[in-house]
Design a protein around this ligand. Structure first.
Ligand SMILES: [Fe+2]
Ligand SMILES: [Fe+2]
Length: 134
């Protein structure tokens, strides 16, 4: 749900305002990498469900989720989130935070998640006025 909220609310705004940060040359690069990572996290989470809780396979699958999620969060903080903080107004940051909490509350029961093609996502969300979630 966190990744989907970011894809609906945050990354279209980053594509509009970002300039590249933390080693990435552009917001398109930051976003493509983030969507790829979100897919990895979704896939790793789905793998956990195939194992009996507490089994060695389950622990391995949980460790994989921890690894891919940790890698993603470190990169996202360094790249897209820093890029956005440096270029978005306080009002936009505030409004996005409120929208994020509203999204999480509206979907508290969970969502159906699916992988997203990173290049296709960037193409469809380059114009934040035309993308989803606004
Ligand atoms: Fe993310
Ligand atoms: Fe995140």
């Amino acid at each position: 749900m966190h990744a989907k909220a970011e894809e609906d609310l945050f990354y279209p705004q980053l594509l509009a305002l970002g300039t590249g940060e933390g080693g990435k040359a552009s917001p398109e690069d930051e976003t493509t990498d983030a969507i790829h990572d979100h897919n990895e996290i979704r896939d790793a989470l789905a793998d956990v469900e195939g194992h009996a809780p507490g089994s060695s396979g389950w622990w391995s699958a949980v460790a994989k989720v921890n690894e891919v999620n940790g890698d993603h969060m470190a990169e996202e903080e360094r790249e897209g989130l820093t890029d956005f903080r440096r270029h978005a107004s306080l009002d936009l940051r505030h409004n996005l935070a409120v929208a994020f909490y509203a999204y999480e509350a509206a979907h508290a029961g969970g969502i159906k998640s699916h992988d997203v093609d990173p290049e296709e996502y960037v193409k469809q969300n380059e114009d934040p006025a035309a993308g989803p979630g606004r």
